[in-house]
Design a protein around this ligand. Structure first.
Ligand code: SAM
Length: 317
């Protein structure tokens, strides 16, 4: 089951109404287009991502539907608008590329846009780059080494890599921003060849901009070796089973401003945190099979980490 299917399950019979895809791309747009929404707005910080998303939309947009290039840092972006459903699909991890050190403000910014009886859905990826490859199993070590190499290439080329945040951090921020968490779950990942090639092809592309050509050539060789190792392992094991995505559902908390907005019930964040403290356990309601995992084939969106997008964001079209 895909993460989008999981969100649809959590939504149940509730109408999607006016929907905001707060960090759009081809995958979330494809899903959004399949839903019976009243209208939708899709936001991206990247003009090239907007072009790719527009290709996905084709002729399927209605008059009230909008694809917007803008930056959530801009207080005027969608000012005064309200949405019944807001989706933040891998948006948090990408913020570093567009609004560095602003991740703690994201959910308060989105809170303004969620209708009083609306829903926020967050999809995130648990950080894997900072792990120590030597402490992991073969699949974990490979994925972490790929992530580290990718980020090293990006940094050497003058770009700003993405930065992911763990579920626990994200739950805290969502609550602080005035939401009540209704549900959170982790979904194990199985990385495939498209992920591996997406990440490593991007390395090769950005290495063209590394001034030290000797260093670039050595990194190129390293990319080739790692790619071969990963492909072999995937052929043997059917994928690299490591790490997890997470899905969170939340609703605006209606307590008066300034008072604590506590998530309650068996699926509340306290229960989730307690659960998280138990190693090797899965969150309540997690549907995916931990021994198999969600096959992550979409590596494409990392490709938008083009030349540092921050200066461009200042003069966003
Ligand atoms: C990883 S991509 C999302 C992937 C997408 N949901 C998909 O279909 O797979 C992250 C998205 O968030 C957008 N984004 C990141 N930071 C942003 C910001 N500060 N303002 C506006 N958009 C931002 C990026 O431009 C991109 O469209």
């Amino acid at each position: 089951m895909s993460l989008y299917h999981r969100i649809a399950e959590l939504q149940g019979d509730r109408p999607w109404g006016a929907m905001l895809d707060a960090g759009t791309g081809r995958n979330s747009m494809r899903w959004l287009l399949s839903l019976p929404t009243e209208r939708w707005t899709a936001v991206t910080g990247s003009a090239s991502m907007a072009r790719r998303t527009d290709t996905e939309i084709g002729t399927r947009s209605r008059q009230a539907d909008r694809l917007v290039v803008g930056n959530w840092l801009d207080p005027a972006l969608l000012l005064g608008e309200r949405y019944d459903t807001v989706l933040a699909d891998y948006l948090l991890g990408a913020i570093e590329g567009f609004a560095p050190y602003w991740q703690d403000q994201l959910f308060a910014r989105l809170r303004e846009l969620v209708a009083a009886d609306g829903r926020l859905y967050v999809v995130g990826l648990a950080p894997y780059v900072p792990q120590l490859p030597d402490t992991l199993d073969a699949a974990g070590s490979l994925v972490t080494r790929i992530g580290r190499l990718r980020d090293a290439c990006l940094l050497l080329a003058g770009d700003r890599p993405y930065r992911e945040f763990p579920l626990d951090w994200t739950l805290r921020q969502i609550e602080r921003a005035g939401f009540r968490v209704l549900h959170a779950e982790q979904v194990p990942i199985r990385f495939g060849t498209r992920f591996v090639d997406g990440q490593l092809d991007m390395c090769i592309r950005v290495l063209e901009r590394v001034a030290d050509r000797q260093l670039a050539a050595a990194l190129h060789t390293h990319v080739d070796t790692l790619r071969m190792e990963a492909h072999l392992r995937i052929a043997e094991d059917g994928g690299l089973r490591t790490g997890h995505d997470y899905v969170i559902a939340a609703e605006p908390c209606l307590t008066s401003a300034g008072s604590a907005c506590v998530s309650t019930g068996v699926e509340g964040t306290e229960a989730i945190r307690n659960f998280l403290m138990l190693p090797e356990r899965r969150l309540p309601d997690a549907k995916a099979d931990a021994s198999d995992g969600q096959l992550r084939q979409h590596g494409g969106w990392f490709g938008e980490a083009g030349r540092s997008p921050v200066p461009a964001a200042a003069g966003m079209p």
